[in-house]
Design a protein around this ligand. Structure first.
Ligand SMILES: [Zn+2]
Length: 336
């Protein structure tokens, strides 16, 4: 049974690698000519954009309009409004939505390009903040400490760093879903890769119960070197989506496998929680495969995926706390 679910997990994750979509929306000739005309006239239908001219008149606008126009330049306004008008035409013809430049047509709320994904990213950030805070209070205030004030649990600092890295990663995810430009995209991808690499190191150190500092450094070094090289490659050589997807899925699968096998063979009292996170995490990834268009221009599969990580985050921090409790009581029992 366990073998079969592992096989299902790996095959579904490998499917994610194959699910890289092209964009029929921006290949459409009427969309292309709309964007081209807008670049010259600065207008789509009766909507005209100040950004497309010499910027004259911008100074007199209120601050939030100025901000919106700084964030949305002429080309992105043209693309966005041509997409909306093309989608209107398609709807009247009874056709469903298509992707433009790799993305589904979303309704924009103020400056946020994908408002639901932004809100859910911020909620994920908040859940990590709560988890981190409750873990900190638990290990330093509820559990007995060593005479020097340190915790008995050997992974405290590693989990605290994990919480901070997760929060940074969700912060950049929120920024990227607000406005998808080169720099925000690179920051989001880089933090996601760094978090995946770090989580893999943590999974290995915890599952193999590596407590010696030198052994920890030796195990972490090759993964850190690999992740750093990959981040430098994405940022300064080529943002290769296909390669990045493979790297992320490989690190994600490796990590899930380490936890799954460990949960299977260890007699950890909270192994059910671990199982739930592993299976839930893998199932949530199926949403990335189905990749359906946004409902009412707001909620797509990716946004739902971000929603599923919220309960998983709660469960995960609760497992981490239980682990701290379990390790501490085992150590204290041994000392007696
Ligand atoms: Zn996202």
């Amino acid at each position: 049974m366990r073998d079969r679910s592992l096989l299902l997990l790996i095959s579904s994750l490998l499917l994610v690698v194959g699910a890289v979509n092209g964009s029929p929306g921006d290949a459409d000739p009427s969309y292309r000519s709309c964007v081209e005309q807008c670049g010259v006239s600065g207008c789509v239908g009766d909507k005209c954009f100040l950004q497309c001219g010499d910027g004259e008149g911008l100074e007199q606008e209120p601050i939030h309009v100025m901000l919106e126009r700084r964030v949305w330049d002429c080309q992105s306004e043209c693309r966005f409004h041509c997409m909306l008008s093309r989608e209107d035409e398609r709807r009247q013809l009874g056709l469903g939505p298509v992707k433009y430049h790799g993305k589904w047509p979303f309704r924009r709320i103020y400056v946020a390009q994908e408002p639901v994904s932004v809100a859910l990213s911020l909620l994920n950030l908040f859940m990590h903040f709560l988890g981190l805070l409750s873990f900190y209070n638990f290990v330093y205030k509820k559990l007995p400490l060593r005479p020097d004030g340190r915790t008995h649990y050997e992974y405290t600092v590693l989990w605290l760093a994990y919480g901070i890295l997760s929060m940074s990663s969700w912060f950049w995810s929120a920024v990227f879903h607000s406005r998808d430009v080169n720099i925000t995209e690179k920051l989001d991808y880089s933090f996601a890769v760094a978090l995946l690499g770090y989580s893999l190191i943590l999974a290995i150190l915890r599952a193999f119960d590596v407590r010696d500092e030198a052994a920890r450094v030796m195990l972490a070094a090759p993964i850190i070197a690999f992740v750093t090289t990959h981040i430098l490659y994405l940022n300064f050589y080529q943002l290769d989506y296909g390669l990045n997807m493979k790297v992320c899925v490989a690190m994600g699968v490796a990590q899930l496998l380490v936890w799954a096998i460990w949960a299977g063979i260890s007699r950890h009292p909270s192994r059910r929680k671990l199982w739930a996170v592993v299976i839930g995490g893998a199932a949530a990834m199926l949403l990335e495969i189905y990749d359906f268009p946004p409902y009412h221009g707001l909620v797509d599969a990716h946004a739902l995926w971000h929603a599923t990580t919220i309960p998983l985050t709660c469960l995960w921090w609760s497992f981490i706390k239980k682990d701290a409790d379990f390790r501490t009581s085992t150590l204290l029992k041994k000392k007696k």
